[in-house]
Design a protein around this ligand. Structure first.
Ligand SMILES: Nc1ncnc2c1ncn2[C@@H]1O[C@H](COP(=O)(O)OP(=O)(O)OP(=O)(O)O)[C@@H](O)[C@H]1O
Ligand SMILES: [Mg+2]
Length: 480
């Protein structure tokens, strides 16, 4: 018996182009039926499809997230497809595109081709031809991306955008940064002082579609409330004494880019309300201004405090906390990722060897053991200081344990303790003046902090220095 005749069946969907990642396609066309047709065809091929009914919507979609291919009609009511492409190339120069046109208008087609990586289809087109072009474009893009990844891996096998690490928590951080960099979601980076929060914030920006736009960092803890407000939002001429000219704030300065709100936990309740409003409505007013200004910014915040604890204590607004903590990134302290210590130490050795023009090649086994077993309260910043100092002091081609500070060698407290009486008397054998001055400096800072009950502003007053300088030194010497 012969098999019953089969009904003609549509060809089965071809497999996703690369087997790993099908890709996201943005389709822009003002004609609804065509948009829908493309959506059906391309989704059936396994692609992720986004639709835009005009140029403005297409640009908004491009700004919002990662797109691998743009398919756009050339003639749309608000702007031409070529214009969309030109804008898209500004955010992502490598974005491939396919333009669709109702007639083979060579002029526009040539212009579109000139913008690069572009192909075009004349309507009405054959669906198979479209599928083929899409696959080609995406495959070559994936190849290019893979090459980039490969190159990066060859150059810096254990680093990501200047962040060194190969411990599993750091690899997870790299992965997270890479996957969220191209979104506009707000990110909260937490971690002890010196763990690399600012470095991660910059990496997020560098890997985002906003990388050509500014990255603006502001330390919310270093300014008074009024100063912070006018720095962030700007002010109108005459809005307060001293406001001689109208000034744009940092939010306007970061237009289209990223703003890094460092030490967000130290903002006052009034500032918290204002920040909440910017995050919620993406609008703000300059100090003394009436006009509402739109804020096209990506917000990355950082803190070394436990914000949820501050919320519980009523010191940080809960609503603001949720607005900020959309994507949390936690950087573990260095003592919890000790396998990274040798790698980071070598990295700083290379950095300072070059900067100081010294020919130090390695770190001795003993010195490395000391480095790897120390508890690093000041994390990577402290490690950097230790290596910098060792490179400066070392007279042999190897960093020996002797060039490490005493407290790393198990010799007493965190500062090379010298008696106050030593200050004026030069020992017979001479000494390292810089190191001595630093130890004296550190001791006074620690005392002032203790006498001020841990209140840094008061400690700064006791030493006749600005709060800012005090913070700088407190950080340098890892005073808590
Ligand atoms: N994984 C890393 N690899 C290389 N350098 C690092 C790494 N982490 C931090 N650093 C370096 O250590 C120093 C401190 O990092 P960063 O300023 O980002 O820390 P932070 O968490 O913002 O500290 P703080 O809370 O004190 O502001 C910087 O010089 C930074 O470049
Ligand atoms: Mg910082």
């Amino acid at each position: 018996m012969t098999a019953p005749p089969r009904l003609a069946r549509a060809a089965p969907p071809s497999p996703a182009p690369t087997g790993t990642r099908a890709g996201r396609i943005l389709v822009a066309d003002d004609e609804r039926s065509l948009r829908e047709l493309l959506a059906i065809v391309l989704r059936r091929e396994g692609y992720d499809v986004m639709l835009a009914e005009n140029g403005t919507m297409a640009l908004a979609a491009l700004a919002r997230g990662a797109v691998d291919l743009l398919i756009s009609d050339i003639k749309m009511p608000d702007m031409s497809g070529v214009e969309v492409l030109r804008n898209a190339k500004q955010i992502d120069p490598g974005l491939p595109a396919i333009m669709m046109t109702a007639y083979a208008s060579t002029e526009t087609a040539v212009e579109a081709m000139r913008l690069g990586a572009c192909d075009y289809l004349v309507k009405p087109f054959d669906v198979d031809e479209l599928k083929l072009k899409v696959r080609e474009k995406l495959e070559s893009r994936h190849l290019r991306q893979e090459n980039l990844l490969l190159k990066r891996a060859l150059n810096e096998p254990h680093a990501f955008a200047g962040i060194i690490g190969r411990s599993s928590p750091m690899l997870a951080v790299f992965e997270l940064v890479e996957s969220i960099a191209r979104t506009t979601s707000t990110v909260l980076i937490t971690g002890e002082s010196g763990t690399g929060k600012e470095l991660v914030a910059r990496a997020l920006h560098r890997h985002s579609l906003r990388r050509e736009r500014p990255f603006v960092a502001i330390n919310c803890g270093a300014l008074t409330e009024t100063l912070l407000e006018s720095e962030l939002f700007g002010h109108m001429k005459g809005s307060f004494t001293g406001a001689d000219v109208t000034k744009k704030g940092l939010i306007e300065g970061a237009e289209g880019g990223t703003i890094f709100l460092d030490e967000i936990g130290e903002t006052t309740p009034m500032m918290q309300v204002k920040l909440l409003r910017v995050l919620q409505e993406r609008r703000f007013r300059r100090v003394g201004g009436l006009e509402e200004i739109e804020a096209d910014i990506r917000v990355v915040a950082a803190t070394n405090q436990d914000l949820s604890k501050l919320v519980a204590e009523g010191r940080f607004r809960e609503d603001l906390f949720y607005r900020i903590n959309v994507i949390p990134i936690h950087l573990p302290p260095l003592r919890d990722r000790r396998e990274d210590i040798p790698l980071i130490a070598e990295h700083f050795l290379a950095k300072y060897r070059q900067a100081m023009g010294k020919s130090i090649e390695t770190i001795s086994g003993e010195a490395m053991t000391r480095l790897a077993s120390y508890h690093w309260p000041g994390n990577i910043r402290e490690l950097e200081n230790v290596i910098e100092r060792a490179v400066a002091l070392e007279k042999t081609p190897t960093i020996l344990a002797d060039s490490l500070p005493g407290h790393l060698r198990g010799l007493g407290p965190a500062a090379p303790a010298q008696k106050a009486a030593d200050v004026s008397a030069l020992p017979e054998m001479g000494f390292d003046l810089e190191q001595h001055v630093q130890s004296v400096e550190r001791r006074y800072l620690a005392q002032a902090l203790e006498r001020a009950g841990g209140v840094q502003v008061r400690a700064a007053e006791l030493l006749g220095m600005s709060f800012r300088s005090f913070r700088y030194f407190a950080k340098k010497y890892n005073l808590k």
